[in-house]
Design a protein around this ligand. Structure first.
Ligand SMILES: Cc1cc2nc3c(=O)[nH]c(=O)nc-3n(C[C@H](O)[C@H](O)[C@H](O)COP(=O)(O)OP(=O)(O)OC[C@H]3O[C@@H](n4cnc5c(N)ncnc54)[C@H](O)[C@@H]3O)c2cc1C
Length: 414
């Protein structure tokens, strides 16, 4: 793989861009791999990448039923932060955030990580207490956050109306090194690096069955034939329940649509990410100038990649209370993804009842930020049988009652 650099850009500019290579090979499935990963979203690709980079395991296929990054990875609002309340969450999300800092250099691919800062607005006394508690917990966990005053919020976000009609801004939890990244680029960068290590990224290859013998996985059936493997990673977000069903076990998980929208592009007006969890909306401005807006999940389980109209209205109406200026914007487009939500709003990174099958799911509405950390930890789990970062996130926590409750801590887990 040729290295991307300023010299490569200059060289290609001189020869009318005729020398660029394909970013990754369009591979045909082989008969057998050491490891198969199902799902070429960010988490699946990152798992494969760290299997190769950290453990030298490169006889790997990543199977994707649609196109690479076409699931939630290419549909999210790209918020990156690590200020979670519980220790196991802070550990994996902070590992992830720190890997984002150097991801462009590691992958030799510009993922446009923008540590512009994330504020979670406190708009009730309950939230003030909750976020102060999180700031204290973060201090003990080594995660740099602070509780800031309304005046400081206004300084950071001049377009905000601190005295909203229902919920005045009483402060905020501020993570200065949180931010955003270009979601497609994260998937493309990992895919390119995996392909460069000799792994096969195979698109339009749907897994339709899991083959096993004496309680151990032997391979998968796909729309492009049977493929054998020693180890299998299921990393399919909203489709996790289906895949688990194919393998013969059940997951404590629900799939729901989560949607987002962008406004028409406007001049730069907000250079931080703002989350308003009481009214349930969050907003940032993209590099193109669009206001990127997200809200809550649909209130019922479904597999649509659309979301319902009333949610757009509710989200925008709620945000207008705090940002009156957006009432004058037009919506440019809207989309949805199928997110996989657990009862305690924490992910599952775990062995399964079938030997050789590992599962990574349950990131729900907030897994974009976790992609590198999750891939790092999942690769360790698959290669060595355990990882300190995944210990608390096993499936057994649901039977043993060791929940990692982030729903109370965050309200919205983006
Ligand atoms: C609207 C929206 C906004 C969001 N905002 C944020 C945010 O701001 N910050 C944040 O951190 N997170 C956010 N998220 C959540 C985040 O996008 C997800 O948690 C994350 O992208 C999940 O990545 P993944 O790789 O696990 O799943 P995906 O990207 O969904 O990848 C799973 C892949 O598996 C494939 N697959 C499924 N079944 C099969 C099969 N049988 N065979 C082969 N392939 C299969 C799918 O096609 C898909 O490509 C948001 C999500 C949505 C929908």
């Amino acid at each position: 793989m040729k290295k991307y650099s300023v010299f490569a850009v200059a060289r290609e500019a001189m020869r009318h861009h005729t020398g660029w290579q394909r970013a990754w090979r369009d591979a045909e499935p082989k008969r057998r791999y050491d490891v198969i990963i199902i799902g070429a979203g960010g988490h699946g690709l990152a798992t494969a990448y760290y299997l190769g980079k950290n453990f030298g395991i490169t006889n790997v296929a990543i199977l994707e039923k649609g196109w690479l990054g076409g699931g939630n990875t290419g549909r999210n609002t790209t918020i990156i932060r690590s200020n979670y309340l519980q220790d196991p969450s802070a550990a994996i999300y902070e590992k992830s955030r720190s890997l984002y800092e150097t991801m462009s250099q590691d992958l030799n691919y510009n993922v446009m990580f923008s540590p512009r800062g994330v504020i979670m607005l406190a708009q009730t006394e309950h939230e003030v207490r909750g976020y102060k508690r999180t700031a204290h917990a973060n201090a003990l966990q080594g995660v740099k956050t602070e509780f800031i005053s309304p005046a400081r919020v206004k300084e950071l976000v001049p377009i905000i109306d601190l005295d909203g009609p229902r919920y005045p801004v009483l402060g905020g939890l501020w993570q200065e090194r949180g931010g955003t990244a270009r979601h497609d680029a994260v998937a493309w960068g990992y895919a390119r690096a995996c392909s460069d290590m000799g792994m096969d990224v195979i698109q339009k290859c749907e897994v339709t069955g899991i083959r096993q013998q004496n309680g151990k996985v032997t391979g998968v059936s796909t729309t492009r034939g049977d493929i054998d493997c020693d180890k299998l990673g299921m990393v399919v977000a909203g489709h996790s329940g289906h895949l688990a069903d194919m393998a013969g076990f059940r997951l404590p998980i629900e799939s729901v649509a989560l949607q987002a929208l962008v406004s028409e592009p406007i001049k730069p007006c907000m250079d931080v990410v703002v989350m308003a969890n009481t009214v349930h909306g969050y907003m940032s401005q993209s590099d193109k100038g669009e206001m990127v807006i997200g809200g809550g999940t649909d209130g019922y389980n479904n597999y649509t990649q659309r979301g319902s109209f009333h949610h757009i209205e509710e989200t925008v109406r709620a945000l207008i209370e705090t940002f009156p200026m957006i009432s004058r914007l037009k919506m440019l487009r809207q989309w949805g993804g199928i997110v996989d939500v657990t009862g305690d709003r924490s992910p599952i990174l775990s062995k399964t009842p079938v030997e050789g099958i590992f599962i990574n799911c349950g990131w729900g509405t907030g897994g974009f930020k976790a992609i590198p950390g999750s891939g790092w930890a999942m690769a360790e789990l698959m290669a060595k049988g355990r990882s300190p970062l995944t210990d608390a996130f096993g499936l057994n926590r649901f039977t043993e009652g060791r929940f990692i409750d982030e729903s109370v801590a965050a309200g919205v887990a983006h």
